[in-house]
Design a protein around this ligand. Structure first.
Ligand code: TRH
Length: 369
């Protein structure tokens, strides 16, 4: 049994990542209890649930529950003290993992897999392990369900889009938009008017933002409902360009292999700029001299799409000139990155292996691998 704890801080990514992990563990024969303080989004993300995953309300007290063999706290969410006390008291304490946020920054490789021995509090005597998802073999990898790319290969785009109510005209581009408030959005929409374009708008914030804008000729919009994660993947597979936000939809855009732009959750200290840059450097390389034009165009677009909260540049955010990278080079660039990432084991495989190694020594602070 795996106990997976999730607190929803904001938006959908916390529960989105936890559900994907829980469901993926389930397909590998594991039983999972997903303890969540706000599972409401699962009604649309995972309407069919999974027989091996029990979604449980976040409890303030948990003394009556016996911990499973593995306890995962997502994003340092701090499981209830009673539960941690029960973990420490168990004859064979569970392997306790803190599953961290995804980042391409170099410190992630140094921190992945480190132990954090607990010297005080309800878990005193236990060891918590840091598990960092990431983009290199020195990290815990990315969630990638078995058969994902094969399913994409069998996917019938036109029929699926028709079913969704999307009827593209001859030569029309499909752009999926899932973003936070973005001052660069009007400029980007202007650029997209160079070709007939349907903007498929995800619900809530994205739709509200676009509805306030005047659209240029050639660009039309379609309001989508919330889709299940399964269908959200299919939407990304169908698009000519995916504008995604947050960590989970970034990963799904990567597996989709279509051109994408990633908007990170804006932070007051501009940590999102560092994170966005780390991902781009990991992908395109740090040497910008003499780089291919599509890479230079993408860097410019990427920076405009992720404005600093405290811009150094006197020009207002959103006023930088934007150029769309050449579509076929951009597609090839994404597919090369995907190919590279496919070489690393997926996150669930790595997590299960990590747990198997630590299972022998859980609670002692020693590492067997
Ligand atoms: O919702 P997000 O913006 O979440 C983010 C991240 O979690 C980030 O770490 C956090 O700092 C920030 O919020 C506050 O974006 P993300 O991570 O892509 O999660 C969205 C989830 O919603 C993802 O699992 C995909 C899913 N989804 C669907 O399943 N169907 C849909 O129709 C849509 C729009 C999203």
């Amino acid at each position: 049994m795996w106990d997976l704890f999730c607190r929803v801080v904001d938006n959908f990514g916390d529960v989105g990542v936890c559900w994907r992990l829980a469901a993926d563990l389930a397909t590998r024969g594991q039983r999972v209890r997903l303890w969540c303080d706000d599972p409401s989004a699962l009604a649309w993300m995972a309407p069919d649930g999974s027989p091996q995953v029990q979604v449980m309300p976040w409890p303030e007290r948990l003394s009556h529950v016996e911990p499973g063999e593995v306890v995962i706290e997502a994003f340092a969410c701090d499981p209830p003290a009673d539960f941690v006390r029960a973990m420490a008291a168990a004859p064979r304490p569970p392997v306790w993992i803190n599953l961290e946020y995804l980042s391409a920054e170099s410190w992630v490789e140094r921190c992945h897999g480190l132990p954090s021995p607990q010297s005080s509090g309800p878990g005193a005597g236990l060891t918590k392990w840091f598990f960092h998802p990431g983009f290199s073999s020195a990290t815990g990898g990315l969630i990638r369900e078995a058969g994902l790319l094969e399913a994409q290969g069998r996917f019938e785009r036109e029929a699926w889009l028709r079913h969704l109510g999307v009827h593209l005209r001859q030569g029309e581009r499909l752009v999926v938009l899932f973003c936070y408030a973005n001052p660069a959005l009007p400029q980007l929409v202007q650029l997209l008017a160079d070709q007939p374009t349907t903007l498929a708008l995800t619900p809530g914030h994205t739709q509200a933002q676009v509805h306030r804008m005047a659209l240029p000729p050639g660009v039309r919009t379609l309001d989508l409902p919330f889709l299940s994660q399964h269908d959200f993947d299919r939407l990304l597979w169908s698009a000519d360009l995916n504008l995604v936000r947050g960590e989970d939809s970034l990963v799904r855009a990567l597996w989709a292999g279509r051109p994408f732009l990633w908007q990170l959750y804006p932070q007051d200290d501009d940590a999102h700029i560092v994170k966005a840059g780390a991902f781009l450097d990991r992908w395109l390389g740090t040497d910008t001299a003499g780089q291919a034009p599509w890479k230079a165009d993408l860097r410019g677009l990427w920076q405009a799409w992720n404005p600093a909260s405290r811009p150094q540049d006197p020009r207002p955010a959103g006023s930088r000139p934007l150029v769309l990278p050449d579509a076929s080079s951009w597609t090839a660039g994404v597919q090369a990155l995907r190919q590279d990432l496919l070489r690393q084991d997926d996150l669930t495989t790595q997590l299960m292996r990590f747990v198997a190694c630590r299972g022998q020594v859980a609670g002692t602070g020693e590492s067997s691998a």
